[in-house]
Design a protein around this ligand. Structure first.
Ligand SMILES: Cc1ncc(COP(=O)(O)O)c(C=O)c1O
Length: 380
């Protein structure tokens, strides 16, 4: 056992205290802080690596592939992808999942044009550069959902190219969902025969399966791949996510690697073996009904937040089935104190399970004070 020098331990203690203070004021990013993975402590003493395809063998057998496969099967059920067609792996997060889906799409349709809305996560523009894929950004509606007229017109002008559509299943700033039912209607109207739909379901991929009237989120509604975050709604101290797709697509890109005896179907080589355990353990803890309850509580808190802000004349709002509460951007002090995400003239709170009504009351009251302080004397 290693005991750090007092000086080293003091550094760690200071850092932990600072991060614990920050955790108590964490209201703007969609990371569930209510988790307990202490049952996994023994695994931190081992060299583990999930290199390679979790569904194929590996010479590097100190891995958690078996658990990773169970995680993928769990998500396949949740996202209505027949188990026998399902393939996926535990990623480093939403960006990797999006890159994987769009990489597959580009491999299937090298001449394809990628369409995504201006509310899409910033990673997608970067992914387009990495993949050197042709892409067109489409206008958004004020709600953050894609503008279907602009999409129709833009695809119409480029009708000769296959369509790769990057759907937002919960945009980063406004929690808006692009309706792929409408997108598929557009493809039909324009007689597009070659298309691929990837869904960035970073947060809402763990919300929509648990609500009564979800917007389309599942494979049987037309998705070809989906990326979901693990460190967002499920909650994890290490960034992670899952990407799911159809195994037939993956066969197009797989290569056998003798050195580690694996099929090279994932984006990175060495992969985290602990995060699959975390996602798996969270599903053991909550089960489907537990997640349904968690989501219902989060939506209740979001409803409460909108009402509370509106009662104080702050025009807060949220999209259907969203836990992202949008309101006018407050002062930099409030943004910094509560770690609120902001963009142009808006900010948001995301009502993750650790965000309490008391926290919302405090933020709303501080926004009111802040607004008063900003008004000129005579207007008060
Ligand atoms: C909608 C959406 N997609 C993708 C991402 C990227 O996820 P990550 O930071 O895990 O790569 C985010 C992150 O906030 C997001 O909100």
């Amino acid at each position: 056992m290693y005991t750090p020098e007092p000086k080293t331990q003091a550094r760690l203690d200071d850092l932990a205290r600072d991060l614990e203070y920050r955790a108590a004021h964490f209201a703007g990013y969609p990371c569930n802080q209510n988790f307990d993975y202490s049952a996994l402590t023994p695994f931190l003493q081992l060299v583990l690596n999930n290199v390679g395809d979790p569904f194929r063998g590996s010479n590097f057998s100190s891995n958690t592939h078996e658990i990773e496969r169970e995680v993928i099967t769990q998500f396949a059920r949740l996202l209505r992808l027949p188990e026998e067609d399902a393939w996926g792996y535990v990623t480093n997060g939403g960006t990797e999942g999006n890159m994987y889906g769009l990489f597959l799409a580009r491999e299937l349709f090298p001449e394809g044009v990628v369409y995504f809305s201006e509310d899409t996560h910033y990673s997608v523009v970067k992914i387009m550069r990495v993949l050197k894929a042709r892409s067109i950004m489409i206008k958004s509606q004020p709600s953050g959902e894609i503008d279907y007229e602009d999409l129709y017109e833009t695809i119409r002008i480029n009708r000769d190219a296959p369509v790769i559509f990057m759907a937002n299943i919960g945009t980063t700033m406004k929690g808006a969902v692009d309706d792929i039912g409408k997108v598929r209607d557009i493809l039909k109207q324009l007689a597009i025969t070659e298309s691929y739909i990837h869904g960035d379901a970073a947060l809402s991929g763990m919300i929509l399966p648990f609500v009564d009237e979800p917007q389309p989120y599942a494979f049987d509604q037309g998705f070809d791949s989906l990326s979901i975050s693990g460190h967002k709604l499920i909650g994890s101290p290490l960034p992670c996510g899952v990407v799911l797709t159809r195994s037939a697509y993956v066969a197009r890109i797989s290569r056998s690697i003798e050195y580690v005896g694996v099929m090279d179907t994932t984006l990175t080589g060495s992969r985290n073996a602990i995060t699959p355990l975390m996602i798996w353990l969270a599903f053991q803890r909550y089960g489907i009904e537990g997640f349904r309850g968690l989501v219902a509580d989060m939506l209740d808190t979001a409803r409460y937040a909108v009402d509370r802000f509106n009662a104080l004349d702050i025009p807060a709002w949220r999209n259907k089935n969203s836990v992202t509460v949008v309101f006018p951007k407050p002062s930099p002090q409030i943004i910094a104190k509560w770690q609120l995400a902001s963009y142009e003239d808006i900010a948001h709170i995301i009502t993750m399970p650790h965000v309490t009504r008391e926290m919302i009351d405090k933020i709303a009251a501080e926004c009111v004070q802040d607004e008063r302080a900003r008004q000129p004397q005579e207007a008060r």
